[in-house]
Design a protein around this ligand. Structure first.
Ligand code: ATP
Length: 435
């Protein structure tokens, strides 16, 4: 059963994963701030993506391009002309909606009025601002609505400097901005969000094969990081659903508490982008194959995932409630690679001698893992807190530790405890905490 939406949102707020942005000013709609635990979880998701895409491979390199690029980029990419959603306004309550996302296109979901919508108008989702002190049409610029174009415009720079031959990929993780008509569902749809995108350049005749390869790879990534397989769905787009640039698209959907919704799109973008940038910039963006002496535009396979959205899905998926000795325990069964805190170090009491040993133990661990020392409250409550934030191991320092130099390690999932010498602690945890 999917976790209850309110339970997850409350947990996220209560434990410091995600806060409403500008809360002290009454909040701003659709913007969120990641707290001490949320920032770790989000970073771990991005790091795992980067690790699988860049670090573990010879054929993919990373970049970090600017958020504000030449406005010509967005003309060439088609975003100025067609990065739009159909906007309708209810004449009765004046709320605005995205027509293509309405359950009933003739009924306002806010006030229930029937046939009250205005004619749909195509609303461009890009945020516009001005570069420099003068606000004129000449210096209007956009905040990037996707990270992908930053990759395409650097195709030749990267190919040359990284000395790559086809097939090869360029990866990027970063913020994107879309002036969404109806943001919502907590961090699922926001106007400022993070994406993890990779453009894989290949020979046109190999594009179908690479497309299937990347669909498989991306499936493996989610499942390897512990996402429940039954909560994932891989769906190929029908011809009439495809974007203007795509020859084929696969959606990776997650079973959110409100239903199936997209985590990632994997698209065969053909040579649309490189051709468009070559045409608009006048630069030669073809690829020369020294073996066959051919010159051509590579095709591109793009796995494009939302970092913030995926982080939310991992949080929902990890949440479990269990009966333990007549009490309900809430536990985040996150893969340890994603857990914000890997090890909690807890003295049984606040007595100075115990706190001293606790700090000594903590110092041994903190150069390797994110740890948390917690000296407050009863040990039971501290375990419960660590369970709720997904900490895989808790190390407890007790009065016997002072005599035998041993500590107790509690496993989050089994709740079993091992007693081991402090000097074996790093080895014990290294065996159980994969990178
Ligand atoms: P939708 O149809 O939900 O608006 P999309 O199909 O336009 O999304 P893409 O352009 O394919 O989305 O973007 C790739 C990924 O970026 C999405 O799968 C999603 O994970 C993420 N993403 C897109 N828009 C948002 C947003 N407003 N908030 C959070 N993540 C987003």
């Amino acid at each position: 059963m999917p976790a209850d939406f309110d339970t997850i949102v409350n947990l996220a707020k209560k434990r410091g994963f995600v806060f409403q942005s500008s809360e002290i000013y009454g909040g701003i709609r659709s913007a969120y701030d990641y707290g001490p635990l949320g920032v770790e979880l989000l970073r771990n998701v991005k790091d795992q993506w980067w690790r699988s895409m860049v670090q573990m491979r010879d054929d993919i390199v990373g970049i970090d391009s600017a958020v504000i690029q030449s406005p010509k980029v967005w003309v060439a990419s088609g975003h100025v002309a067609s990065f739009t959603d159909p906007l309708v306004e209810c004449r009765a309550c004046h709320n605005r909606h995205r027509l293509d996302k309405l359950e009933d296109p003739n009924q306002c979901p806010t006030c229930g009025a029937k046939d009250s919508f205005t004619e749909a108008r195509e609303f461009n989702l890009m945020f516009r601002t001005h570069m420099g002190p003068v606000e004129s049409e000449d210096n209007a610029v956009f905040l990037r609505p996707e990270t992908a174009q930053g990759i395409f415009i650097n195709f030749e720079n990267v190919r040359r400097t990284a000395r790559k031959r086809l097939p090869f990929g360029i990866a990027q993780v970063g913020k994107s901005f879309r002036n969404e008509i109806t943001p919502g569902q907590f961090v699922f749809r926001t106007r400022e969000f993070e994406q993890m995108e990779m453009e894989y350049f290949c020979r046109p005749e190999e594009a179908d094969e690479w497309f299937r390869y990347w669909v498989d790879e991306r499936k493996k990534w989610y499942i390897d990081l512990g996402m429940t397989e039954e909560n994932l769905q891989f769906r190929e787009h029908e011809q009439d659903e495809l974007s203007h640039y795509a020859a084929a698209t696969y959606d990776v959907d997650y079973r959110f508490p409100w239903g199936w919704d997209e985590l990632e799109g994997i698209a065969n973008r053909t040579d649309f982008d490189l051709r468009a940038h070559a045409e608009y910039s006048g630069e030669d963006l073809t690829y020369f194959d020294p073996q066959t002496n051919e010159r051509f535009y590579p095709y591109v396979i793009e796995p494009s995932a939302g970092a913030t959205r995926t982080t939310f899905a991992f949080l929902i998926d990890a949440y479990h409630e269990e009966e333990v000795r007549g009490e309900t325990r809430a536990v985040l069964k996150l893969d340890p690679r994603l857990s914000p805190i890997k090890v909690a170090v807890l003295p049984l009491s606040k007595k100075d001698e115990l706190v001293e040993v606790t700090n000594r133990v903590a110092d041994r661990l903190r150069s390797r893992w994110m740890i948390e020392v917690d000296v407050t409250q009863s040990i039971g409550r501290r375990y419960r807190r660590q369970d709720e934030i997904g900490t895989p191991y808790a190390v407890t320092v007790d009065f016997d530790t002072l005599d035998d130099d041993q500590v107790t390690i509690r496993d989050r999932d089994t709740m079993e405890q091992d007693r081991i010498p402090i000097e074996n602690l790093v080895a014990y945890l290294s065996d159980r905490l994969p990178v």
